[in-house]
Design a protein around this ligand. Structure first.
Ligand SMILES: *Cc1c(COP(=O)(O)O)cnc(C)c1O
Length: 412
């Protein structure tokens, strides 16, 4: 072991010892065989909470197995808005009555984009950036083709992400809505959401944020910022499990005015009337389409309870400490091997992951996975290090960076 390695080890041990949230890591499941050395992909799939295993069993035996169909009347019909309100209060900065859980992010993006565009008579432009997540871009392209709208592309600096200046340069009287990611999935750039939202609203357009890479790790104030629409995943920093349903936020000022395009009985004013014509619910339930995914939204409730206990501001502080430490270790151990740091260096402009680039990172990632060190790879040659604040330790970060160094060194 070299001296610098010993120093890093000391530092990670000291950082973990001083971390007020360190003990929460034990709330998450870890395989007993020690096969996972370092999990650095909580931004793609959060770890399960230990409580979730027990609560799912209790759900199967209780609400489902014993309550049977009665549970729909007693509880489940309201679950999409009850859990949505909890998410709104704990993480989003949203008052009750504006958030629902259901569908996938892609489907909710479709519904809200269509509703927003159709609700902006006389405006036919959708603004999005070229670095946005593929599903966001594809949906905008599909909807533009379907509705004869025009797409206005922002081509941001890859290193900085979309700035208020980028947005100001393209919005105007024809802008119907603007769709941006709060945290860029690749670079980790954290957009100035309040600043951009204000610009967009002042231009008479609707602002829609994709919160997939921020919800659960970065506080938002959707109501206070005046955001119109937002969507996000619950399987990333919200630990809802693979394919867990997404969430949608619709500002109450818009609820009655917007009409979503997938008319189903569960979004109707009175689903059990079994009526002849579709009349949408007057409240946020009008954005629901079919039977809500009750079983799949149970694990999310466990994570929301934990986030309520810890507080989202404390979570953000740890996230910043983790990404700062990651960057320091990358500089010390990987930059000398030719690795490039491609995330913003200022934590005020950075989400909860860090991306580093090297031409051999596809091979490196495959070798790391075999060894129980688990980041992910994003083309052309980015290795993404996701720091899920409540389940990642500083020691894990250090073990991960040293493992990357070891694999890279063995290849050269
Ligand atoms: C993860 C992610 C998605 C995923 O959408 P799904 O419908 O859940 O597959 C969408 N947008 C962004 C920005 C993401 O990070």
């Amino acid at each position: 072991m070299s001296n610098s390695t010993e120093n890093a080890t000391l530092t990670s041990a000291r950082l973990d010892a001083a971390d007020p949230l360190a003990a929460y890591r034990d709330r998450f499941f870890e395989p007993a065989d020690g096969s996972v050395i370092s999990y650095l992909d909580g931004n793609s799939l959060g770890r399960p909470l230990r409580a979730t295993a027990a609560n799912l069993t209790a759900f199967v035996q209780g609400e489902w197995g014993s309550g049977l169909i009665r549970s729909w009347d007693e509880k489940w019909m309201d679950e999409p808005t009850v859990v949505g309100d909890l998410l709104g209060a704990t993480v989003l900065g949203a008052a009750p009555g504006q958030t629902i859980i259901g569908d996938s992010t892609s489907v909710l993006l479709y519904k809200l984009l269509r509703a927003g565009l159709d609700g902006q008579a006389g405006r036919d432009e959708i603004v999005i950036d070229r670095w946005n997540f593929p599903t966001d871009r594809f949906l905008v392209e599909g909807i533009a083709a379907e509705r004869g709208a025009k797409i206005v592309w922002i081509d941001p600096d890859a290193a900085t992400g979309v700035t208020p200046e980028d947005v100001a340069a393209v919005i105007g009287e024809r802008t119907a809505l603007v769709l941006l990611s709060h945290v860029a999935y690749r670079s980790g750039f954290l957009a100035d959401a309040p600043g951009i939202t204000k610009l967009v609203k002042d231009a008479g357009a609707l602002m829609m944020w994709d919160l997939c890479h921020s919800a659960g790790s970065i506080p938002t104030e959707l109501d206070a910022w005046g955001v119109d629409l937002a969507v996000g995943c619950s399987y990333k920093y919200l630990n809802g499990g693979p394919g867990a349903p997404a969430f949608a936020y619709i500002n109450s000022a818009l609820t009655g005015r917007l009409q979503q395009p997938i008319w189903g009985w569960m979004g109707a004013a009175n689903p059990f009337e079994m009526g002849a014509d579709y009349e949408p619910a007057a409240n946020v339930r009008r954005f629901i389409t079919g039977t809500p995914p009750i079983l799949a939204m149970q694990p999310l409730k466990d994570m929301l309870a934990l986030l309520a206990e810890v507080g989202i501001e404390a979570v953000r502080s740890k996230s910043v400490a983790l990404t700062e430490y990651t960057i320091a270790l990358v500089r010390e151990h990987l930059v000398p091997l030719g690795v490039e740091l491609s995330s913003p260096l200022d934590p005020a402009h950075r989400g909860s992951h860090v991306i580093i680039d090297h031409p051999r990172f596809a091979e490196v990632t495959a070798k790391l996975w075999e060894a129980g060190v688990i980041p992910d790879f994003r083309p052309p040659y980015g290795l993404r290090i996701g720091l899920s604040p409540l389940s990642t330790s500083f020691a894990e970060v250090e073990a991960g960076i040293l493992a990357i160094r070891g694999v890279l060194a063995s290849m050269s």
